[in-house]
Design a protein around this ligand. Structure first.
Ligand SMILES: Nc1ncnc2c1ncn2[C@@H]1O[C@H](COP(=O)(O)OP(=O)(O)OP(=O)(O)O)[C@@H](O)[C@H]1O
Length: 599
């Protein structure tokens, strides 16, 4: 049938082109980490996946967290080993192939938003507060310069050569003298920064960009490398409503022109863009790949049949409107500016116990900046005339507080009264602490610290006389594990009688070995464990599976768990992710052009 249509030479060529394989993992392949003995269980087994030229693919994971799609992406990047070398693929070389001479390192670019936000990397501690203060020399790379790292690297001062007695370096050469672009490259650069709305940010230091701005910049940077194929994992994470269709449109155009081809990583709950034609669903260690209309019903079926057998009761409706609770945060005429760039302009916001807030605003509108003032991370928090924050009333009970001026609250005290999950915390949470268990990671939430206090397995309270505090903390950690642990979201959850053993096994796992979604839900437990009067949840759902999101929403909505003595602020660009509705009493605070108002 198709052949009949290809009678002309042009038609024939088109057909030949459209059936060229871009990726071919042949039938019965198994995928292993490098160095694993071959008798170890593979990461993925019985894989068969062929991506033909012209097809537009999305990869999705059915399991909790994102490890399935991540494993497939890592395979494409050459980080995992494909066993069962094909006998029928003479020229196909390393997997994936883009021609016999290609290797994954130069032909594939990968940008992931499900894992890290992109600022911190490598597991080392990084200081996310650096962007709020004076910009250091080594951070002064502008967005424009950061787009061409190879050319610019030679221009940057050598940090090892720097000495206190050295004369100031000669001024950097002008950008145009360092980065020589052809007409075509210049046109591509201009189009990308325009379509991603980055033009007005090009001369800002790259560390000053907001999360959404940073993510858009990472995509542009990846395209400028001119890869053959770009893997984009959860590309819409953290993007505001206006940026999402623009990005999808741009990705479609890039894919159609094959400059580069694009494969998207999506969560099963995400909408699949119209232009995607094929889906690879990773579930139970295997990959089911095919045209979109054959895989989508499987996802729907899975959704209906595999709801977790949760022990948590479902909360039908909840009444959250509380105007008579005590003030927990009081901001009057709060301002933040960098030289002449005003980010927050006379913000007035009062938050009371029992209230549930949705903080809204486009990318770059100042939400993270406002949160950093409340958390005391921002140096300009000290100079505000009226920024009243909760300070613990006594050293042991973090959930009783008095309101105090930021200047009079030591930062470690603020860590106890404000529970937080944010992209910055996710990036900064140490991944190199030897063997920190899930239980210990949750326990760090009582003091808001980054390393476990009080020895292995302890939850911080080890002094004589602290027995009752320790017992309370132990009981809180257990409650978190039972209600937000795997029993509440694992798809293969056995009956509720097994909750304790599931929780205990999970508690002993190493934080670093968890999937991204699992790490995020553990950090949510960490934020809630101390029952702090204020809970700030910024982009908390990214990387989480649908079941985890439901479990977390259920927990947050339950007033017996997150009480009327607590206030919760959720920051998300997705209205439907907010656990409460306006009818139930949800309040909304919107930032726009530096101004903030209750809407
Ligand atoms: N040191 C700085 N110098 C100049 N501008 C800065 C600096 N730090 C932040 N900004 C600007 O402040 C604005 C607010 O950033 P912020 O991170 O608070 O935005 P956001 O609302 O959290 O955005 P997103 O939704 O993308 O996370 C951004 O436009 C950013 O470029």
């Amino acid at each position: 049938m198709l052949l009949k249509r290809c009678k002309t030479r042009k038609g024939f060529l088109l057909r030949a082109l459209s059936t060229k394989s871009i990726i071919h993992i042949p039938k019965s392949s198994s995928i292993h980490p490098f160095g694993d003995p071959s008798n170890r269980l593979p990461v993925l087994r019985d894989v068969e996946w062929r991506v033909n030229e012209g097809d537009a693919w999305a990869v999705m994971s059915a399991s909790s967290g994102d490890n399935g799609k991540r494993a497939l992406f890592r395979t494409l990047l050459g980080h995992l080993r494909v066993l069962t070398i094909p006998s029928d693929a003479p020229n196909e070389g390393l997997f994936p192939f883009l021609g016999p001479d290609s290797d994954p390192y130069s032909t594939i670019a990968s940008v992931s938003f499900s894992h890290r936000s992109g600022r911190g990397a490598g597991g080392a501690f990084y200081d996310y507060t650096a962007r709020y203060g004076a910009i250091r020399d080594e951070d002064a790379l502008t967005l424009r310069e950061s787009m061409f790292p190879e050319s610019i690297a030679e221009e940057m001062p050598d940090p090892l050569a720097a000495s206190l007695f050295e004369k100031p370096k000669a001024k950097k050469r002008a950008f145009e003298d360092v980065v020589k672009l052809t007409g075509e490259e210049k046109q591509l650069f201009d189009t990308l920064v325009r379509e991603m709305d980055l033009e007005r940010l090009l001369d800002l230091p790259v560390v000053a960009l907001s999360n959404g701005q940073t993510r858009r910049a990472r995509i542009v940077r990846a395209v400028l490398r001119k890869p053959e194929l770009m893997l984009l994992d959860e590309p819409l994470t953290g993007l505001d409503v206006a940026a999402r269709p623009k990005l999808l449109d741009l990705l479609n155009k890039l894919h159609q022109s094959r400059k580069p081809r694009v494969i998207l990583g999506l969560r099963t709950q995400d909408d699949i863009p119209d232009w995607i034609t094929h889906v690879a669903l990773v579930r139970d260690g295997t990959v089911e790949a095919g045209p979109k209309n054959s895989i989508v019903p499987l996802i729907k079926q899975m959704d209906e049949s595999s709801r977790p057998t949760s022990t948590a009761k479902s909360i039908e409706s909840t009444e959250i409107s509380q105007s008579d609770g005590e003030l927990v945060l009081d901001l009057t005429n709060v301002n933040v500016k960098y030289s002449d760039r005003v980010v927050l302009n006379d913000i007035n916001w009062k938050i009371r116990q029992g209230e549930r807030w949705h903080l809204q605003g486009a990318n770059g509108s100042g939400k993270t900046t406002l949160m950093s003032l409340i958390l005391g991370d921002h140096p300009q928090s000290y100079i505000q005339k009226h920024l009243l924050l909760p300070s613990p009333s006594s050293s042991s009970a973090a959930n009783t507080f008095t309101l105090n001026h930021r200047k009079r609250i030591p930062t470690p005290h603020l860590r106890k009264t404000i529970g937080v999950v944010s992209p910055e915390l996710f990036d900064a949470f140490p991944r190199r602490h030897p063997g920190m268990t899930v239980r210990e990671a949750i326990g760090t939430g009582f003091e808001g610290v980054f390393v476990p206090l009080g020895g292995p397995g302890a939850v911080g309270a080890t002094e004589a006389g602290e027995e009752s505090l320790r017992a309370w903390r132990e009981q809180r950690v257990q409650e978190m594990l039972d209600h937000l642990g795997p029993a509440s979201w694992s798809l293969s959850t056995p009956p509720s009688t097994q909750t304790p053993s599931l929780s205990n096994d999970f508690a002993k796992r190493r934080f670093t070995e968890l999937s991204t979604g699992e790490q995020r839900i553990v950090l949510l437990m960490r934020a809630l464990v101390g029952k702090p009067p204020v809970v700030l949840l910024d982009e908390v759902w990214s990387g989480m599976s649908e079941e985890m999101v439901s479990a977390a929403r259920r927990y947050l909505r339950d007033l017996e768990r997150v009480g009327k003595d607590q206030a919760v602020v959720v920051i998300t660009h997705w209205e439907e992710e907010v656990p409460w509705s306006a009818e139930e009493g949800l309040k909304r605070f919107r930032l726009d052009g530096g101004r903030g108002e209750v809407v």
